[in-house]
Design a protein. Structure first.
Length: 319
């Protein structure tokens, strides 16, 4: 009897550990726009920066254990997300400081890049379509990469495939600007197809192109139709309002998100820091104050706001 009780306690401990790994992995690597993420699974819009590589590895290892325990490919996908985002932020810091990594640092980064690819491949091999889309998008960053990279994704996951192709055509707009009109038309077509197939992120891409074409009414309508709790969509809509001079509408969005931040929503706090910095920087409804703007943007960047990081990089300011 005592032996059975001990075995039961051990089994319970293992189950608890597996659940703890799964929760940790979700909070560290789950994506808001992952179409295969179950509705009840928690996620963060903005993932706070890690203190160091060791801290990041703790979360990656939790994802690896969760994947090994339950064979849910989402956990391997999320391990790839953590590694990818860590490497991207590290690269942005180096570019901001105009630093070149030492040979040892380059080797370590290459190792983490291979770990990310391996995590995505394991998820893709297990049938996780978002991982296949990420792998195609990563391959598409190589010079002279063809649009056919997304053919297989299109067959099995049209929403992800069309979004990947839209981004591929937008990249061509930068690489071959003399054919910008052609590329933009193709990107618009694929963003629309992705949206029709249920890709929530495609709404933002399509609205961006419509605004670029001068169709402000349709761009506004698209953004207004997004989920009212979606911080990415609210960010795009607020930016649209401030750029079109609809300051009162933009300020209302920020006030609503501030209430969420005051109630303890960590993602809303990062959003609020970013927007305080952006308004101070541009003088949108606030007096221009570059020093205060930088401080607010730095807080948002440390909170994981990638656009805040890009903005600071452009200003040659650390975070």
């Amino acid at each position: 009897m005592r032996k059975l009780l001990l075995l039961g306690l051990l089994a319970g401990g293992v189950a608890y550990a597996a659940d703890d790994d799964a929760r940790r992995c979700d909070l560290a690597g789950a994506e808001a726009y992952d179409p295969m993420r179950p509705a009840g699974v928690p996620f963060r819009y903005f993932h706070p920066l890690y203190a160091d590589t060791a801290a990041m590895k703790v979360d990656v290892e939790a994802c690896q254990r969760a994947f090994a325990a339950g064979k849910d490919p989402r956990y391997s996908f999320q391990a790839g997300n953590i590694l990818r985002d860590f490497l991207q932020e590290k690269s942005l810091r180096r570019m901001t400081a105009a630093e070149s990594p030492a040979a040892a640092g380059q080797l370590a980064d290459k190792g983490m890049e291979q770990l990310a690819l391996g995590a995505y491949r394991a998820a893709a091999d297990a049938g996780y379509h978002p991982a296949r889309a990420v792998l195609a998008s990563m391959a598409a960053l190589q010079p002279d990469s063809p649009a056919t990279l997304f053919d297989d994704v299109l067959k099995d996951a049209p929403a992800a495939g069309h979004a990947g192709l839209a981004q591929w055509y937008e990249r061509q707009m930068l690489l071959v600007p003399e054919r910008r009109a052609q590329w933009q038309a193709q990107a618009k077509q694929h963003w629309q197809a992705a949206l029709d197939a249920g890709n929530a992120a495609a709404r933002l891409g399509l609205a961006r192109i419509l605004a670029d074409e001068g169709d402000m009414a349709q761009a506004r309508t698209l953004l207004q139709q997004a989920d009212a709790q979606d911080l990415y969509a609210l960010d795009a809509l607020a930016l649209f309002y401030f750029k079109t001079g609809e300051t009162a509408a933009g300020e209302q969005i920020l006030a609503d998100v501030q209430q969420r931040a005051d109630a303890g929503d960590a993602d809303a706090r990062v959003f609020a820091d970013y927007w305080r910095g952006l308004r101070l920087l541009n003088g949108w409804g606030m007096a221009h104050d570059e020093a205060a703007a930088i401080a607010a943007l730095q807080a948002a960047a440390r909170g994981g706001h990638q656009q805040a990081q890009f903005t600071l990089m452009g200003m040659k300011q650390p975070w």
